[in-house]
Write a protein that binds this ligand. Sequence first.
Ligand SMILES: Cc1cc2nc3c(=O)[nH]c(=O)nc-3n(C[C@H](O)[C@H](O)[C@H](O)COP(=O)(O)O)c2cc1C
Length: 529
Amino acid sequence: MPISALDYHETTKHSFGRFARSAGHLDWRTQPNPFRRYAGAPVVELPREAIAAARPYVGLYETAAGPSPLSPSTVGELLRCAFGLSAWKSIRGSRWALRVNPSSGNLHPTEAYLVWRGQIFHYAADAHALERRGAVAPPAWAGWAGDAVLVGLTSIHWREAWKYGERAYRYCQHDVGHAIGTLRFAAALLGWHAALLPRWSDADVAALLGIDRDVDAGAAERETPACLAVVTAGDLSALTTKAPATLLAALQPDEWRGHANTLSSGHVDWPVIDAVARAAAYPGREDDGPRPSLVASPRPAVLGASTSALNARDIILQRRSAVSFDPRATLPLEPFLSMLRRVRPAAPPWDAIGWTPAVHLVLFVHRVEGLAPGIYAFLRDPAAREELRAAMRAEFLWEQVDEGMPGLFLLLPTDVTWVANRLSCDQDIAGEGFFSLGMLARFEPLLAAHGDWMYRRLFWECGLVGQVLYLEAEAAGVRGTGVGCFYDDPVHDTLGLSGHAWQSLYHFCVGEPVEDTRLETSPGYEWER
Ligand SMILES: Cc1cc2nc3c(=O)[nH]c(=O)nc-3n(C[C@H](O)[C@H](O)[C@H](O)COP(=O)(O)O)c2cc1C
């Protein structure tokens, strides 16, 4: 039965009395393999050098400067630093990989593809290698892309649904947003630009990547197209405006190689996920549309000396989620403000997505030096102030906090440790960190204006906010954690919101991590020992 994105969203809300539908237990016999491989596809090992080891962390937020030349080594570095393995963890005989791009439950529904020099590859993160899947006629490729690479992302919904059931589609979208972030940051590491290609429909992306080929998928779990991005040292707009047709017409039908592996020995169907995926499919567009200019930053996004000395590659590869926070630790004000500055869409990575910012933050501040504990709003576009103010509780103060940080408002000074913990599915990390937050997206009006495909992009924007916060937390010497589990309507009740004009789509928290010393950690790849 057809459903809308709004129906899906309502159906998959967690409430105090009922979680969204899932199997309710983990069936370890059908745990999905986190690594897709294409048996029979020629494997191309990628160079393993750490090319971009010198770029400073602050350089990630600057528009491309001093670009590296495009070569197998630099393209290998792009993939390593966007989607590669960041570590292996083990305890009592079980061992699992972590990746540069985080994922809800570490289930990694996102697959990455590379199209370069007319060759179509799947990125096998476990081996840091490319599997050559197909090809485009070289002259058509040269004419279309010149000296650029295309990176495609897809989602295997089943990987998340195995654990989370119907809510899994949301998490797959968050993960795509995080992966867009890791791609943009890895491109910045090499001095390159990266942006989504708005003209490519889902069907176009599926055709280019070969994921629509029944014959290669067989009985394996299918991938749903997410997006196609261009990565280049040159002019982005020359590529974002191009129609897909000539490239798709140049696909070489006899060049496809490889068969997808089956990830699980058994499956549970979640028809509502298939239904929302159909409803939210992206139809593409005839032109590349208006690209919103980045919202001007009131203060240059400079950081203290401590952060400017940091190395970008180290921060990208060391990023981890905290599992527990020290509830006594406090965060100085400056790193807190820096985190907020970075999520203002004033600089990279915000040039990677092509829509006006729709997501704002509601912060539950517990222990930030110089700030009263309480509920705060941070508006990523200050123009949203009156609308949000009218939508929220009338008793909220809306007191501007710092002249140098427009958009940050104190709403209610009070201890919110318990509230934050309770709203985030009773997870201690939400109350024991320095702060936690909810990401509030302008919702129904955008779905009505654009179509249900916008639903996915709102999650992608949230994921990108989360990725910036993850890196900023590492840079401040602390740690963040994405929080997909929260009680949806109680968040709204707390803020006084009703209806569907705004929706909380993702939570996040930052604190002083307490390590689990029982876990052993080894490098992502044995050659990096
Ligand atoms: C979209 C998303 C939702 C998440 N939700 C939660 C959560 O509710 N609680 C939690 O403890 N961790 C959560 N995490 C953290 C993941 O468990 C973590 O990213 C994953 O285990 C991989 O570990 P890493 O981030 O250290 O690479 C979430 C991460 C993402 C990306």
